[in-house]
Every structure is written in structure tokens, then in C-alpha cells.
Design a protein around this ligand. Structure first.
Ligand code: HC0
Length: 564
């Protein structure tokens, strides 16, 4: 242990504790910028410098382990001059157009400037005239705003970003300064959720939605992804993980959507198709293992890097796209509406979903499955700009029938959820017996690769769940080497699954992800129906329209194939 004094306060901390961590324990806030609790320590911005008392020496608090007998001062003149100097240097190379920036009010640099009363750099303006990269439908890179903290580079699952040039021309960029669309970027958006400023952000599609809502000829419907209901509360200062489904439904109606539906309905539909596909493959000796296909970042990854393994993917479209296809066919039929007037919006925790919706093959109904995808952050902006008191708004129910769902649908939002939902149905469909214990604990939690097995009609089916592309790669390499004995595999691109998607509120950490996961399982527990194949609205959809899972119409509308 080390006995130390920080700003005249004594504290004892275990050896190895950094100065930043020790200060936090006694509620002393040291400013940080490149530091992020879930990423490695870089110490390259130096804004967290503190003074070693009596030595006239500054050290970086984020990276320096405290030592026994240390006397640290966090607010001396030396420290304050250093902090202001760092901020002025950054500002000298940063556009000062905060009102026009997407991160206005949520920018860590802006916050620090406010704290230190810095409104303008006294240094000469050196902002580079770099072009904004808006080549992808998911993410925008505005290099001029980059403060070179390296968070994006570190969180990038595909190592798309790297260092280039030296001195004042130093930059973080894809190799050869390519545009994102010309790289193997999977558009997961993790970079955008850790960027402390507005240098990487979700492509804002909110105006398209406002235009549709204000167009009297459009019938505008919206679906809410499983993971958004336990995350959007963060945007309104509510407790992390708080379930706010009813408030979100109410807020979307206030904004002007004609109907508010649930992606969980389509998740149940996906389970019907995916379970049937799995059983068909098992019973007919077709390609196994079968791998889930609902995470678009994951699909981009396998298409870009392992095209020879595409045959292992389920042919099911994701729930987002299944919802879209149904919203342009079955829904207008039962509502007696012209399908060309329907405008379908998705609220997703994910930036890659924007890309998925633009894929050329996602229009088998004759219309685009999905017209616009908004991330959690974008819909929060729409709610705020509608002056809605989100925390105070009275909860409302989803519209029917595309708002009816089960507990199996909602757990899609956490890693392992698709697998658990599938197993609940596969077992009952294949054996005709009731499954008593619905909770497959083995596939829950944040471990990188999880395994479980289930006995179906005397055969043991081994399954696996992976999240994050490093883990996905391990699974693919096992398959490639013929060393994979799994029958069914769930893969989600983002660490933690969709609750940790790249379009989720800024400030998402591991701790917050964990709270969202717990909340999602609680929602499942409280649902009256917890198995997808018992969803009455899905059963009626088959009875009145689709026929049966894997039938001709299902194939046309709900399945797809993948491109290398
Ligand atoms: Fe997900 Fe989904 S669970 S990918 O994470 O499967 O984005 O929340 O909406 O489509 O349902 C995201 C979340 C979805 C889809 C569903 C799946």
C-alpha cells in the first residue's frame, strides 16, 4: 500500500494505483482528454498533468502509478498554466464553430474550455483545410476537428485507422488517406462513440425523417430496436440501464410518427425463420455450423475478410430488414394503405444499420425495406428539439400488430440473446415438448466466446456465442481449420452486442453496458410470453400472409444472400 497526500488530503491506496485513480477516490477531479476508462492509457494530451510537490515537476496523472509518500498538487499555478497551454494549443488547430458542431454541448474539449474559461486560442489559427469524409452512409470523419487523442485508433476493430505524417501535419487516417467507403471499415461506429470531440460521428439523417413526417402524403412508421429502450434514458440524465420503452413510444408519437412499432416483433419473426433454417440444415445434412446474420457490422466483416466462409451464414435478413419488408407488404395490406406511401424509419443503436438499409438487395418487396435509420443519438436529438420532457412523459404502448413481441425478442439486444431466443424455439419446435428452464445462462455475460449445449431428441447440439470482431475471427479460423464442432453460432460485431452499439449515447462504458444487459434480461423476465414461436401477431402473419417459415413468400421477403 502507498500512503499519499493529494491536495493536502491523505489517502492510502494499493500499489499500482495511478494518481488519477487515487485522486478520484477522494473526489478530486483531474481533467482528462485522451483518457477513456475502457481503453489503454496513452498519456499523449498531458491535460491531466499534476505537480509533484516541492519538485517543480509535472507528471501525467493518468499514466503515473502513485508511490508511497507522494505529495501531489492538482491545482497549482504550474498545473493551471500547463492545462491552459494544452487547451490553447489544441484550439489553435481546431475549428471554433461549436454551434455548428454535432457534438455541441457534449464535446469534452468544449467542456474543458468552459471550465478553464478559454473562449478562443491566443495562438495563430492553424486549422488545416482538410476535406470532410462523408463517403459512407454510416459515419462522417471531419479530420479538422481531430485532437489526435488516438481513442478511435485504439477502439477500431479492423485497424482501419493509422498514424500519418509528422509534426503539425500529424494525422489519424485510413492508410493512404483513403475515404472510409474505400476501406474495409465495417461501419460499427465504435470510433464515433469514443471520440471526445466532433471528429467522427454518425451521419445525421434526422432531416429526412422530419421531411417525411411533414409530408402529408406519407404514412410514417417507426420501429424501435431492442437495445435502445435501455440506453436512450442516458441522453436525458436518467440512470444507466433504465428501461424507458413506454416513454420512448410516447415521445415518438408526440414527434409525429403515424405508428410506433417494435423491432422485437421482427426479432420473433427472425427466430421463426432462423430456427426453421437450422432444423432444416441439421435434418438434411446441409452446411453447418450455421452462423447468425443479423449484425450488419459482422456481415461486412465476413464479406470483406472471409468470403469463402459466407456459406455458413444463415440466409435470414436481420430483424430490421424483415420488419421493413413486412412494413411494405403485409402492413399496407391489412391497413388498406398504398405501400408506396409508407415511409419506414428504424431507431437503432448501430451505425452499421444505416449501411445495411442501403444495400441494393434489400428491396425484395419492390420498395426499399427501410427508408431511414436513426441512431439512438439522433432520435434523442429529435426528441430534444421537439421540447419533449422525456423523463416526465407518460408511458404509452406500442401500436399493433407490429408492436407485439415476446421476451425472446428483446434479449436480441445483448450478446447471447439471439442464441438464447433461438434455443427456446428450436427445442420446442423440434421436440414438441415444453422447455421448462428458459434461461440459458451459459450464453449470457460479457465473456468473449461462450459455449452451451442442448439435447434435442437425443442429439447434443453444441452452440457458441461471440461478440466483438476479434472473437468472431477466432471462430472463423476454427471453422477454416476444420476444428469447429459447433452446430449453431451467434456473432455480434460490437463488444457486448447491440447494447454497446456505435450509435448509443456518448459516454457508454463497460459498466454502463453491464447495467443495460441486466435491464434487458429483466424486461424479458417480466414479459407474459417469452418464446418467439408463441407470439400471436407473428403466428397470425404466417396464417394470413406468409404461409409458413421458409415458404416461398418468406424466402422472397425475409431471406437474402451475401456478396464478397
Ligand atoms: Fe440489434 Fe437486431 S438486436 S442487430 O443488436 O438481430 O442494431 O438492439 O435491432 O436487426 O432485433 C441493433 C439491437 C437490432 C436487428 C434485432 C438483431
Amino acid at each position: 500500500y502507498c500512503n499519499v497526500i493529494i491536495d493536502n488530503k491523505e489517502i492510502t491506496v494499493p500499489e499500482g494505483t495511478t494518481i488519477l485513480e487515487a485522486a478520484k477516490k477522494i473526489n478530486i477531479n483531474i481533467p482528462t482528454l485522451c483518457y477513456h476508462p475502457d481503453l489503454s492509457i496513452k498519456a499523449n494530451c498531458r491535460i491531466c498533468s499534476v505537480e509533484v510537490k516541492g519538485k517543480n515537476k509535472l507528471v501525467a496523472a493518468c499514466s503515473t502509478p502513485i508511490w508511497d509518500g507522494a505529495k501531489i498538487v492538482t491545482n497549482s499555478k504550474l498545473v493551471r498554466d500547463m492545462q491552459k497551454g494544452v487547451l490553447e494549443l489544441i484550439l489553435a488547430n481546431h475549428p471554433q464553430d461549436c454551434l455548428r458542431c454535432i457534438r455541441n454541448g457534449k464535446c469534452e474539449l468544449q467542456k474543458l474550455c468552459e471550465i478553464f474559461h478559454i473562449s478562443k486560442s491566443n495562438l495563430e489559427d492553424e486549422v488545416d483545410a482538410l476535406e470532410v469524409d462523408s463517403s459512407s452512409p454510416s459515419i462522417v470523419r471531419d479530420h479538422r476537428k481531430c485532437i489526435k487523442c488516438n481513442r478511435c485508433l485504439e477502439v477500431c476493430q479492423e485497424s482501419i485507422l493509422s498514424h500519418a505524417h509528422r509534426s503539425i501535419h500529424y494525422s489519424i487516417t485510413p492508410a493512404f488517406e483513403r475515404k472510409l467507403m474505400d476501406t474495409l471499415c465495417v461501419f460499427c461506429g465504435q470510433c464515433s462513440s469514443v471520440c471526445p470531440v466532433g471528429a467522427i460521428y454518425e451521419k445525421d439523417d434526422t432531416q429526412k425523417v422530419w421531411d417525411a413526417i411533414h409530408n402529408k402524403d406519407k404514412h410514417v412508421i417507426v420501429q424501435i430496436a431492442p437495445a435502445v429502450r435501455v440506453s436512450i434514458g442516458d441522453e436525458f440524465g436518467m440512470d444507466a440501464g433504465k428501461k424507458v420503452t413506454g416513454k420512448l413510444v410516447a415521445a415518438l408519437r408526440r414527434i409525429g410518427f403515424d405508428k410506433v412499432f417494435d423491432t422485437d416483433f421482427a426479432a420473433d419473426l427472425t427466430i421463426m425463420e432462423e430456427s426453421s433454417e437450422l432444423l432444416y440444415r441439421i435434418e438434411n445434412g446441409k452446411t453447418l455450423p450455421m452462423i447468425t446474420s443479423c449484425s450488419p457490422g459482422w456481415i461486412n466483416f465476413i464479406e470483406g475478410n472471409f468470403e469463402h466462409l459466407l456459406k455458413y451464414l444463415s440466409t435470414c435478413k436481420s430483424p430490421q430488414q424483415m420488419f421493413g419488408a413486412i412494413s411494405k407488404t403485409y402492413y399496407p395490406k391489412i391497413m388498406n394503405i398504398d405501400p408506396s406511401s409508407i415511409f419506414t424509419v428504424s431507431i437503432m443503436p448501430c451505425t452499421a444499420k444505416k449501411y445495411e438499409a442501403t444495400r441494393k438487395e434489400m428491396n425484395s418487396s419492390g420498395f426499399r425495406d427501410i427508408d431511414v435509420v436513426l441512431t439512438t443519438r439522433e432520435i434523442a436529438r429529435m426528441i430534444k428539439s421537439s421540447c419533449i420532457d422525456f423523463e416526465g412523459i407518460q408511458e404509452e404502448e406500442f401500436d399493433t400488430p407490429l408492436g407485439i413481441s415476446t421476451g425472446a425478442g428483446v434479449i436480441f439486444g445483448a450478446t447471447g440473446g439471439v442464441m438464447e431466443a433461438a434455443l427456446r424455439s428450436v427445442y420446442e419446435i423440434a421436440t414438441g415438448m415444453a422447455l421448462n428452464n428458459l434461461e440459458f445462462i451459459g450464453v449470457r455475460g460479457l465473456e468473449g466466446i461462450k459455449e452451451a449445449s442442448i439435447n434435442i431428441n437425443g442429439n447434443t447440439i453444441k452452440v457458441a456465442v461471440a461478440h466483438g470482431l476479434d472473437n468472431a475471427k477466432k471462430i472463423l479460423e476454427m471453422i477454416d481449420k476444420g476444428k469447429c464442432d459447433y452446430t449453431f453460432i451467434e456473432i455480434m460485431c460490437c463488444p457486448g452486442g447491440c447494447i454497446g452499439g456505435g450509435g448509443q449515447p456518448i459516454g457508454t462504458t463497460l459498466e454502463i453496458k453491464d447495467k443495460r444487459i441486466q435491464s434487458i434480461y429483466k424486461v424479458d423476465e417480466e414479459m407474459p410470453i417469452r418464446k418467439s414461436h408463441k407470439n400471436p401477431a407473428v403466428l397470425k402473419l404466417y396464417e394470413d400472409f406468409l404461409g409458413k417459415p421458409l415458404g416461398n413468400l418468406s424466402h422472397k421477403l425475409l431471406h437474402t444472400n451475401y456478396n464478397p
